[in-house]
Design a protein around this ligand. Structure first.
Ligand code: FES
Ligand SMILES: [Fe+2]
Length: 320
């Protein structure tokens, strides 16, 4: 098993899986999701073991997925339970499809191959004082590591997010600290001057930033604006590594903002991310270079820590 397969990855909004099968892609493979008779989400390779047809083109009958070609049916454990051309035949165990583990969390469905796989931590999820909602998904034409590295990057605010998360008069960075954790690292002591830090901010403010890498393709940002007493934003970035150079992105927001509508929160975050997206999609190579080819400066401490983390953990999907 490749190191990246030891982690659970988000693939779909839980609310997007209804009565019909849904096709997704994860780590370069096609996967079909469906709900069994009890409503439990199930996932399998999107390829019928009979003749390789996409199961996601089929339909669900009593919680079993029916292949669109010859109608073979597979139950939630992946067993073939019915071959219509041979109604009295009991299919062999070898006629089964493999089944992936599915976890529902943070409003998303997460897939894993490893029963030991853990979700990236997001402690704010259980904080009753914070209001939660998801923004996304965004389909982005670049690798998951490029997106994570951008999320950890402070030095682009005054350029990419000018007038929002930064301005050109305040682009110099304080020195910040990076310390390893069990599943990644944490960057503290970061500060940014932000004209419009969140939807409710009415004036520019210094904002304390804390980043935590929580999995190879997930990170959490904590923002504390100095001028909004008691206000806190916790934003988790969850990236699905679709292909080596294509990703699907969600933001799980946990905010002190209980006043804005969902639409207003989404519009703010959408504005920010669609400022990042063209820059991300312009980067070449799309995969994150771990073995040279780009130059660095001292302000890139968190991105250096991220590249080191990927290298040390043998994560290769989305890197070069
Ligand atoms: S290809 Fe799926 S049933 Fe034949
Ligand atoms: Fe950005």
């Amino acid at each position: 098993m490749k190191p990246e397969q030891r982690f659970a990855h988000p693939v779909l909004d839980a609310s997007a899986l209804g009565a019909a099968p849904v096709a997704v892609r994860l780590l370069g493979d096609d996967v079909v999701l469906w709900r069994d008779e009890s409503g439990t989400p199930r996932a399998a390779p999107d390829r019928c073991p009979h003749r390789g047809t996409r199961l996601s083109l089929g339909r669900i009958c009593a919680g079993q997925i029916e292949c669109p070609y010859h109608g073979w049916r597979f139950d939630g454990a992946g067993r073939c339970v019915h071959i219509p051309a041979l109604p009295d035949f009991t299919p062999r165990a070898t006629h089964a499809v493999a089944i992936f583990g599915v976890i529902e969390a943070h409003g998303l469905l997460w897939l894993h191959l490893d029963p030991e796989a853990v979700l990236p931590r997001f402690d704010a999820e259980t904080d009753p004082k914070l209001r939660k909602l998801n923004v996304g998904p965004y389909d982005v034409a670049t690798s998951a590591p490029r997106i994570v590295e951008n999320f950890l990057d402070l030095a682009h605010f005054g350029f990419v997010h000018e007038g929002w998360l930064g301005d050109r008069a305040h682009v110099a960075l304080d020195s910040y600290r990076v310390e390893p954790t069990a599943n990644g690292f944490v960057a503290t002591g970061c500060r940014a001057w932000q004209p419009q830090s969140n939807r409710l901010s009415s004036e520019g403010s210094w904002v304390d930033y804390r980043y935590e890498l929580t999995a190879p393709y997930a990170a959490v940002l904590t923002k504390l604006p100095e001028k909004q007493d008691g206000y806190r934003d916790e934003i988790a970035l969850f990236v699905c590594p679709v292909d080596e150079d294509a990703s699907r992105v969600w933001f799980r927001m946990a905010l002190t903002d209980h006043d804005s509508s969902d639409e207003q929160v989404r519009t703010f975050q959408h504005t920010i991310f669609t400022q990042d997206q063209p820059v991300l999609e312009s980067q070449r190579p799309r995969r994150l270079p771990l073995s040279g080819g780009e130059v660095h400066c001292a302000a890139d401490r968190s991105s250096a820590a991220y590249r080191r983390f990927l290298g040390e953990h043998g994560i290769t999907f989305g890197t070069c």
